[in-house]
Design a protein around this ligand. Structure first.
Ligand SMILES: [Zn+2]
Length: 122
């Protein structure tokens, strides 16, 4: 299953860019990809929202206002991927519950309590 996405979008469909972002935080894991937590206010509907973005996508400039800097092959890839859907958000919140809440994550301290086995072993 791929949950990769390459843009942050409000529920109304408006793309979130860097000037809309109010708060960010790193969510670090010992295993698997790290995520960046983003809290934003939509520039169109003015609603608050929050999403998790894979760190590699974040560092790839996911919030860049201009897509002109992207290579054409990247544009094609991004258009095919689409935005995160609510099910992915829910899945991620469940995953977080196993590790503690995002509020307890100190970006300067890598998470050390990631010791649970995969749920399939239960
Ligand atoms: Zn919106």
């Amino acid at each position: 299953m791929s949950s990769i996405r390459t843009s942050v979008k409000c529920h109304c469909g408006q793309r979130v860019i860097s000037r809309d972002v109010m708060q960010t935080g790193y969510y670090l894991r010992l295993f698997g990809p790290s995520y960046v937590y983003v809290k934003y206010r939509c520039s169109r509907c003015r609603k608050l929202g929050e999403q998790f973005i894979k760190q590699e996508e974040w560092e790839g400039g996911i919030l860049k206002d201009s897509t002109e800097e992207l290579a054409q092959e990247d544009k094609d890839r991004f258009e095919n991927l689409g935005a995160i859907d609510i099910n992915e958000v829910i899945d991620f919140h469940f995953a977080l519950e196993n590790l503690g809440t995002i509020d307890g994550v100190d970006p300067s301290t890598p998470t050390k309590k990631v010791k649970q086995r995969s749920s399939t072993e239960k």
